[in-house]
Ligand binder design. Structure first.
Ligand SMILES: Cc1cc2nc3c(=O)[nH]c(=O)nc-3n(C[C@H](O)[C@H](O)[C@H](O)COP(=O)(O)O)c2cc1C
Length: 200
């Protein structure tokens, strides 16, 4: 698998030196869920562990968390638009071959459906479709959306391709109801990333 990382070679360095994430190259996809407000904590945890993180923010994800926050914490530019020529050294095929893990957290019902359908209209969908590395998806949504047969079918489809689906957890949801659909805690997501075998 080609992982030349064209133009993406900055070495990761956590604030306190090498950590368990050292050498890991993670693309974090953030989609339009209220859970996106937890994405900065995920970025912070991964970077602190020494991983290099590049964020891909969907247009609806940017309604919940700013690119500025993600860029500041990841210390990297945030990619948002597949047609932005400024990002052509980083986006789409470059990010796909650079990453050794693509993590989608939070993952909306819609991105799960797009992945299951093999869509590539948006940058995040395209990066994932073009990738051969490990993909981990952390769903976050209303309980009824999660339990709907369409979502369950889509989750089954992406699992069948080898994508990992982490969560969702149970607890208080954005609606105020209690149920299944909650994004896993950022610390748990970070730990799961760091537990993955290297270079897989
Ligand atoms: C306030 C608000 C909160 C939302 N929270 C979620 C959510 O937690 N999970 C989800 O699947 N969709 C949620 N949605 C709907 C998504 O934002 C919508 O499906 C959108 O098209 C997803 O786009 P994206 O997956 O490209 O980011 C929410 C919408 C609004 C307005």
């Amino acid at each position: 698998m080609a992982r030349s990382g064209r133009g993406l070679g900055r070495q990761p360095q956590g604030p306190s030196g090498p950590g368990p994430g050292q050498g890991r190259r993670i693309v974090l996809g953030i989609t339009g869920s209220i859970g996106a407000c937890k994405a900065p904590e995920i970025v912070r945890g991964l970077v602190k562990a020494g991983a290099e993180v590049r964020c891909v923010l969907t247009p609806n994800g940017s309604r919940f968390v700013t690119a500025l926050t993600l860029a500041t914490l990841s210390r990297n530019r945030v990619c948002q638009d597949p047609f932005d020529v400024k990002d052509w050294d980083m986006a789409h095929l470059s990010l796909s071959s650079w990453a050794d893990l693509i993590l989608v957290a939070p993952a909306t019902a819609d991105i799960v459906a797009r992945l299951a359908a093999g869509r590539a209209e948006g940058l995040l969908d395209g990066v994932i479709l073009a990738s051969t590395c490990r993909v981990a998806v952390c769903p976050a949504m209303d309980e009824n959306m999660w339990k709907h047969r369409a979502t369950q079918r889509n989750v089954g489809v992406i699992r069948g391709w080898g994508y990992e689906v982490w969560g969702p957890g149970a607890g208080e949801l954005a609606s105020g109801k209690t149920g299944v659909g909650r994004l896993l805690e950022p610390s748990e997501i970070v730990e799961r990333c760091l537990r993955l075998p290297r270079g897989s």
